[in-house]
Design a protein around this ligand. Structure first.
Ligand SMILES: [Zn+2]
Length: 104
């Protein structure tokens, strides 16, 4: 994939399987909602001191859904989940990294 610093999100689609992110002209990559919730980068989910993930995979309901997704400036998205968690702000660079890893 292209240089993450140059990553441009060209579209997000809601699918049954999750969210499909399209970067530039590359084929879309689907990230499951439960996976996105687990990988939430907020201070409730990742320790600011140790950088370690606090949330466990089993803490995430397998039937969790996306409630809303709002742009934050032009660098990130805030994602609201059906478990009421809404403090996760996902920088585009982070989403791109997740997509690259999912694509491997
Ligand atoms: Zn979080």
């Amino acid at each position: 994939m292209a240089n993450p610093l140059m990553a441009t999100l060209s579209g997000v689609k809601r699918l049954d399987a999750g969210l499909e992110f399209s970067w530039q002209d590359e084929p879309g990559v689907v990230l499951a909602i439960a996976e996105l919730r687990f990988l939430c980068p907020c201070a409730h989910c990742v320790s600011e001191i140790s950088g370690k993930r606090i949330i466990k995979r089993e803490d995430v309901a397998t039937d969790i859904t996306l409630v809303d997704m709002q742009p934050v400036g032009n660098y990130a998205y805030r994602i609201l989940f059906s478990d009421g968690h809404d403090s996760g702000i996902y920088p585009l660079k982070y989403l791109y990294k997740l997509c690259c890893e999912a694509d491997e």
